[in-house]
Write a protein that binds this ligand. Structure first.
Ligand SMILES: *Cc1c(COP(=O)(O)O)cnc(C)c1O
Length: 396
């Protein structure tokens, strides 16, 4: 068989393997699912006239998230990006600082750094965890930084590297313990971008609860949704109070007086959205469960294609399998676009990973590690249909 015939055939086998699991070629990448108390709670929010910045669902959603994640404090906000923005500010990220983030992440991670007047500094993601490679990061920091008065100074730019934002890619926990060790060696503050990993555990502990802050997103494509929404997680009571204050226009609590003691942000999650969130959160374990079963089915379906690895959670981790991920063998990187074109044209929604952020115009002057391997990884990733609803309740 000629090389191009072989690739044509491989492309068809990949698409057929997906359809054999989804049972349909018209399938979205990720759809929300409203099969619990959503209507009741949203109706209650409207019936009681509490749709906006006050109401019982915001408090309930925060307390429910505390219980579910094990974080001491949760502050509900308008989206995952605003959660990152406030977390970075309260972690002390200032104008002219640098913040380490993976180049392989959604642009929100980098935008939030910019909102603080700081510069993202892009680091390498590995295939093993899909997150930051701790040992490469460590030797990189050894080669370019000096600790001065407890601060990590980049010798090339002269700026302070203040913080690091690991991201749990597609729901899979990063090597967070090793990254914490790098943080303590180089005096960095960790903020976890756990936007994609609600329901994912590392050593039995919820992602987003290892750093000084963790952030969640409840956008429509995430594992649970509030329409739009996010949350800040922290165990520090003092920082939690500040986060609440900053996200509610820094208003000084008072029965009738409007007074504010700093420039705050209008980032509070409306009660209407929180109502939806409370209902969604009641079913999160069912969703995780079906996503994990969906992974098993894809794994079986792809087992006869050696050029494809269906990405599987690492030992000692429980992944929520938010987006199911196949990774093409290095020798087959050139068929990705063909697979994407054919599948999307027939209604099967497949997506590539993000373009590495260091390639984008707003970040072209930002610092970065050598990223060839991460670039190659990003070009071999395809996300395949992942809605929990692909597996109906009765099918498992
Ligand atoms: C979804 C997401 C966010 C935040 O998104 P919002 O749309 O602002 O809620 C941040 N980081 C990553 C990695 C994400 O996937």
């Amino acid at each position: 068989m000629s090389e191009s015939n072989y690739e044509e055939k491989l492309t068809q086998r990949i698409i057929a393997s997906i359809i054999s699991v989804t049972g349909d070629e018209n399938v979205m990448l990720h759809e929300p699912e409203f099969d619990g108390m959503e209507w009741n709670y949203v109706k209650e929010s409207i019936d009681t006239n509490y749709v906006s910045s006050i109401g019982k669902f915001v408090d309930k959603f925060e307390r429910d998230l505390e219980e579910y994640t094990g974080s001491k404090h949760v502050i509900a906000v308008t989206n995952g990006t605003s959660a990152l923005h406030i977390s970075l500010l309260l972690a002390g990220v200032k104008q002219g600082d640098e913040v380490l983030i993976p180049a392989l992440t959604f642009i929100a991670t980098a935008n939030a750094v910019k909102y603080c007047g700081a510069e993202p500094h892009f680091v390498y993601s590995e295939q093993d965890s899909l997150g930051i490679d701790p040992s490469k990061l460590k030797s990189y920091l050894q080669s370019i930084t000096t600790l001065i008065a407890g601060e990590c100074r980049n010798r090339i730019t002269g700026r302070i590297i203040r913080a690091i934002v690991p991201m749990h890619t597609f729901g899979h926990p990063s090597k967070i313990q090793e990254l914490l060790e790098v943080c303590s060696e180089f005096s960095l503050t960790m903020i976890e971008d756990a936007a994609e990993s609600l329901g994912s555990l590392y050593s039995q502990k919820h992602t987003g609860t290892f750093g000084l802050f963790g952030t969640l997103s409840f956008n429509g494509n995430k594992i649970i949704t509030t329409g739009g929404g996010g949350a800040i997680l922290t165990d520090d009571s003092n920082l939690a109070k500040k986060a609440k204050h900053l996200t509610t226009t820094a208003r000084i609590p008072h029965v009738w007086r409007y007074a504010h003691d700093q420039v705050g942000y209008n980032y509070r999650l409306p009660n209407l959205n929180a109502a939806l969130g409370c209902a969604q959160l009641e079913n999160i374990e069912k969703k995780v469960d079906r996503k994990r079963k969906l992974f098993e089915q894809y794994k079986k379906s792809f087992s006869s294609i050696p050029e494809i690895c269906v990405y599987q959670e690492r030992p000692d981790c429980r992944s929520n399998y938010w987006l199911q991920t196949i990774i093409l063998d290095s020798s087959r990187v050139n068929i990705r676009d063909r697979v994407l074109n054919i599948a999307n044209n027939q209604g099967l929604q497949l997506r590539p990973a993000w373009d590495l952020l260091n390639k984008l115009p707003p970040f072209k002057n930002s610092q970065s590690m050598q990223l060839e391997g991460a670039q190659n990884l990003s070009e071999r990733i395809i996300n395949i249909p992942s809605s929990p609803g692909i597996l109906k309740y009765e099918n498992y």
